[in-house]
Every structure is written in C-alpha cells, then in structure tokens.
Ligand binder design. Structure first.
Ligand SMILES: NC(=O)c1ccc[n+]([C@@H]2O[C@H](COP(=O)([O-])OP(=O)(O)OC[C@H]3O[C@@H](n4cnc5c(N)ncnc54)[C@H](O)[C@@H]3O)[C@@H](O)[C@H]2O)c1
Length: 278
C-alpha cells in the first residue's frame, strides 16, 4: 500500500467515456488520484494511460456488487483511502421499449435499472462503508442522475424511473449521512454529447446541448463545499438546485422526514426499520 496521507482519492465509475472521463480528468486537475472503473476495460485502460500516473484503471460492472466491491478494495490496496465516489456509470433505455407489447406478453428489459439505479446504490453503500474508515473525515458521493429523472420522459420511461430513483435516494439519505460528514449530492445532466448521444449530434438543435464544463461546475461545487441533498439540474444555462417538494400538510406529513420518528419506526418494526441504528 502507498502512503495514505498523500493526495485525496476518487473512484469514478463509467469513466472510460463521456461525463465520467471528463470527471476523472477534472479530479486529477484538482490533485486527486482517480480509480477509473468501467466495464469497457480496453477503453478505460487507454484513457487512464492517456491521463497519466495519477489514475489507475479497473474493469468493473457497477450492476454487480462483487465487481464494485473489488474496485473499492483495489483502490484501498493502491492508495489506502477513498475520499470521493462519483457514481456515474449509466446506460440508456434498452429494447423492447415499455410501450411495445407485441403479439405475446413481452418481459420488459430492466437492465437499465440494474446499472443506473442498483449500480448507484451499490456505490453509495460502499462509499459509506469506506468513508466510515476515514478517521472522521467522511467523504463526498456524487451521483450522475439526469434531467429525465426530474421531468417526464416518454422516450425512455424505464431510464427516467431509474434516474428519478437516484434523485430520491439522495433526498432520503443525504441529511442523515451529513451528520457523519458524508456528503451525498447528485447532478442531473441535460442532453450532453457523449458516447450515448454522439450518434445523433447532427440532429440535436444546438441550444438543447449542455456543455461538459457545466457538469464539472457541479462536481467542483460538490467537492469544494460541504453541501448535501443537492439536486443540480444542469443545462446550457448552468446549475439549478431542485429542492425537495413541499409537504402538502406539515401537520400530517413531516413525519416522513423527521429524524425523531425513527423511534416510532423501530417500535412499529416495519420496513426493515427494526434495524435502524438511530
Ligand atoms: N449524455 C447525456 O445526454 C446524459 C444526460 C443525462 C444523464 N446522463 C448520464 O451520465 C452518465 C454518463 O453517461 P455519458 O453520457 O457520459 O455516456 P457514455 O456512454 O459516454 O459513458 C458511460 C460510461 O459508462 C460505462 N458503463 C456503462 N455501463 C456500465 C456498467 N454496468 N459498469 C461499469 N461501467 C459502465 C460505459 O462503458 C461508458 O464508459 C450516465 O449515468 C448517463 O445516464 C447522460
């Protein structure tokens, strides 16, 4: 293991391409060592070599718990610490599309949920585990969601549901995690030119394209500031914090988020809350 007191360390999933690759370069520019984790091993190795020795590359399928755990363990083995986790890997809507039923019942393809939602929550879980070993320094978790997780997206309803799930994960977990200096936030990109979208670049009107530097602004804020629970919708105009929806009635609904109600959930023994640590 190398010296644990040197540069801070980030893990960026889906960093062989697009937003994750830009994030890896951005973090190296900010003095981080970056573990670049991607299921496209050849590409992530090439990109890591191109950035230089502040990075390492690992093959990782974020939808596999074992694969992500191995990426975190490798990072600890190399550099002894993890300070930032960018849960970025994602894929778009897959066929068959949910709107299509065919002549016989067709099982929907839910791999996008496995990668974009389950993958992100595995990253969150592993980040919490390893940040708790940071001698009180905590750490930062940044999830790449999407504008389609905020607004309806008929073109990709499963993708939209998975991305909405990551936003809700942030809103539900961030306040409690912040108590131990674990700061969880997300940014929700608008249409950005990357491997997912490049094929259609000539078709998109220029004004709907979000420049990559705006996503890096969001990441910069999340690493520079101890903010949490932020949902930054990012478009060509910049960053827009999408706050939690208001309660319909504070009298009847604030129990949803109030920390003091955890005792009630423990007593009720529902929803796994019997295991809450308080
Ligand atoms: N490009 C856009 O318009 C846009 C808009 C909103 C949100 N996003 C989100 O941004 C994130 C990054 O996407 P991008 O636009 O840079 O696309 P991209 O295709 O350029 O990059 C995605 C990377 O994730 C990797 N990946 C995919 N599945 C993986 C898995 N199971 N395990 C590990 N790596 C995996 C790919 O190999 C690729 O390197 C995704 O979560 C995507 O949903 C993109």
């Amino acid at each position: 293991m190398e010296d644990v007191t040197a540069a801070p360390v980030a893990i960026v999933t889906g960093s062989a391409s697009g937003i994750g690759l830009a994030a890896a370069k951005f973090l190296v520019g900010r003095g981080y060592r970056v573990m670049m984790a991607d299921w496209d091993y050849d590409r992530v190795v090439t990109e890591s070599a191109g950035i230089g020795p502040s990075t390492a590359a690992i093959k990782c399928d974020v939808s596999s718990w074992e694969s992500q755990l191995a990426a975190f363990e490798k990072t600890i083995e190399l550099w002894g610490r993890v300070d930032v986790v960018a849960a970025n890997a994602g894929i778009p809507e897959q066929v068959p599309l949910l709107f299509e039923t065919g002549s016989t019942p067709t099982k929907p393809n839910t791999i996008v949920v496995d990668v974009d939602l389950t993958g992100a929550l595995y990253s969150v879980s592993l980040a919490i585990y390893f940040f708790r070993r940071n001698e009180g320094r905590g750490g930062k978790i940044i999830i790449t969601s999407s504008q389609v997780g905020i607004h309806p997206f008929p073109t990709g309803p499963i993708y939209g549901a998975a991305k909405a799930g990551t936003i809700h994960l942030v809103r539900s977990m961030a306040p409690k995690l912040a108590q131990e200096k674990i700061y969880l936030n997300t940014f929700a990109p608008g249409l950005t030119i990357s491997a997912i979208t490049a094929v259609g670049e000539s078709v998109y009107p220029k004004h709907i394209i979000t420049p990559m530097e705006n996503h890096m602004k969001a990441i910069g804020e999340f690493i520079d500031k101890d903010i949490f629970g932020y949902v930054y919708e990012v478009d060509a105009g910049g960053l827009h914090h999408r706050k939690d929806p208001e309660y319909l009635s504070p009298e009847h609904q604030t129990w949803l988020g109030a920390p003091e109600t955890q005792e009630m959930w423990k007593k009720a023994g529902t929803l796994g809350s019997a295991n809450l640590s308080g």
